[in-house]
Design a protein around this ligand. Structure first.
Ligand SMILES: Nc1ncnc2c1ncn2[C@@H]1O[C@H](COP(=O)(O)OP(=O)(O)OP(=O)(O)O)[C@@H](O)[C@H]1O
Ligand SMILES: [Mg+2]
Length: 330
């Protein structure tokens, strides 16, 4: 039964709050107090004006007594409205220390007609007051907060990890596409960090996200550094793997074997001065990806295709990968 279930949950949450919330969080801090010099008729006026049904009597911040509406009524019946409040007030006041838990208050408030409890610091000075009203208000507020947080979390988790399970088709994929401009060093690295974030939200395992991040960063930098008119990075996320391609329209690569050798680079001096051009990009990509395919028509285009499998047997990044991770420093 849904209704029964829900109220059970709420009670559990309230109980949890009651046992974990400190009294000074649920008290009203601006307490209306009664001065010991006041007469009962002044107290009656105060209660009427402030719309309260009781207040502590306070002498130099210390609680010395408490007066409630029934005390006022009794004074009226006995014609003692001119009596000083100290003659009428209840002298044995039950107070709660500020670091008590709400659960202590709940026990006391219910019992023996106590409807308000002054909260005191360790020296017995008045800090605030707890009534059923202040208690309910703050508990409701906290319940509301935790409810909203729960809902937001549920939605987020749903969006992230259930996409592939919930869409029932034979083949579902999600495609992200980014354009990278030649020589655009200001935005270099943006595509790879956006891709990393998207994969993180899809709850792809961190090792895989890191490996994809390294590979896409290197591919992105190659488009920035080596192409005539930039190119396009496409990330296709599937149930079991990520397919990535980086395609550009020239200048193309003459000798594919040569460029794959670690340390080979055609990067000009000014690029090397910027810290690129060590000739390690493609070697890093090969190391971190499960499948790498580089094709080109010299003078026309270059295409880099990568596959990252989500298989559980994926290894942790190796030492070399750690180096390139530091280098791409994301
Ligand atoms: N998209 C591309 N178009 C044309 N040539 C490319 C492209 N990508 C790579 N190359 C060639 O391959 C070489 C090796 O690339 P690699 O990424 O391994 O090293 P690098 O970019 O020169 O230096 P590093 O990546 O270490 O900064 C490049 O110097 C360049 O000549
Ligand atoms: Mg490179």
């Amino acid at each position: 039964m849904i209704a029964g279930n829900m109220s059970n949950q709420e009670i559990t949450k309230v109980q949890e709050l009651i046992y974990t919330t400190r009294v000074d969080l649920v008290m009203a801090p601006d307490v209306i107090v009664i001065d010991p010099d006041m007469t009962m008729s002044q107290v009656k006026e105060l209660m009427r004006n402030k719309r309260i049904s009781g207040a502590p009597v306070v002498n130099e911040r210390r609680v010395i007594g408490i007066v409630t509406m029934s005390d006022v009524i009794r004074s009226m019946e006995q014609g003692k409205l001119d009596s000083p409040v100290v003659d009428v007030m209840t002298r044995e006041v039950r107070t709660v220390p500020m670091d008590a838990m709400v659960s202590d208050v709940v026990n006391n408030l219910g019992r023996r007609g106590f409807s308000r409890l002054p909260v005191v610091d360790h020296d017995g000075n008045l800090l605030g007051i707890v009534t059923t009203g202040t208690l309910i208000r703050s508990l409701l507020l906290q319940l509301d907060k935790s409810f909203q947080k729960n809902e937001a979390e549920k939605l987020y988790t749903y969006r992230a990890s259930h996409i592939f399970h919930d869409i029932s088709s034979d083949d579902t994929s999600l495609t992200l596409r980014y354009f990278v401009n030649e020589r655009d060093f200001d935005n270099a690295g943006k595509a790879s960090s956006l891709i990393k974030r998207s994969l993180q939200r899809l709850v792809v395992r961190p090792q895989i996200v890191r490996r994809v991040g390294v590979a896409v960063y290197e591919a992105e930098m190659n488009l920035v550094i080596h192409t005539d008119i930039g190119g396009e990075i496409t990330v296709e996320v599937r149930k079991d793997r990520v397919n990535i391609s980086a395609v550009d329209h020239g200048p193309g690569i003459e000798d594919l074997k040569q460029v794959l050798q670690p340390g080979f680079s055609t990067a000009p001096e000014w690029i090397r001065d910027m810290g690129f051009g060590a000739g390690m990009g493609l070697a890093n990509i090969k190391r971190v990806s499960d499948v790498m395919k580089l094709t080109s028509a010299p003078g026309y285009w270059t295409k880099l295709e990568l596959v990252f499998n989500f298989g559980l047997d994926t290894l942790e990044p190796k030492a070399e990968l750690q180096k390139s991770l530091t280098r791409s420093s994301q």
